[in-house]
Design a protein around this ligand. Structure first.
Ligand code: SF4
Length: 79
């Protein structure tokens, strides 16, 4: 495997927390459907950095939105 293939296939995992729940995002699984952005635009902001801002909504709404991710690029766990 070349270095570029290795970098491309690496499993990247990003985590964003509001101290109650942690959102886990795996960009390699994201199909950019935008369902999370439509469902909870106050948290999922693709033009901002970080693009996931869990402090802007409730844990309940975050979980509800994460569960709708069609590829499981988004998952969550309680802190
Ligand atoms: S809902 Fe999931 S697959 Fe769709 S843009 Fe959000 S993270 Fe990516």
């Amino acid at each position: 495997m070349s270095i570029s293939e290795e970098i491309f296939s690496r499993d990247i995992i990003k985590k964003y927390s509001n101290n109650e729940v942690t959102i886990v995002w795996q960009p390699n699984k994201c199909c950019k459907s935008g369902i999370c952005v439509k469902g909870c635009p106050e948290v999922f902001k693709p033009t901002k950095r970080p693009w996931i801002q869990p402090e802007n909504s409730t844990t309940e709404k975050i979980i509800e939105t994460v569960k709708k991710c069609p590829t499981q690029a988004l998952t969550y766990y309680f802190n």
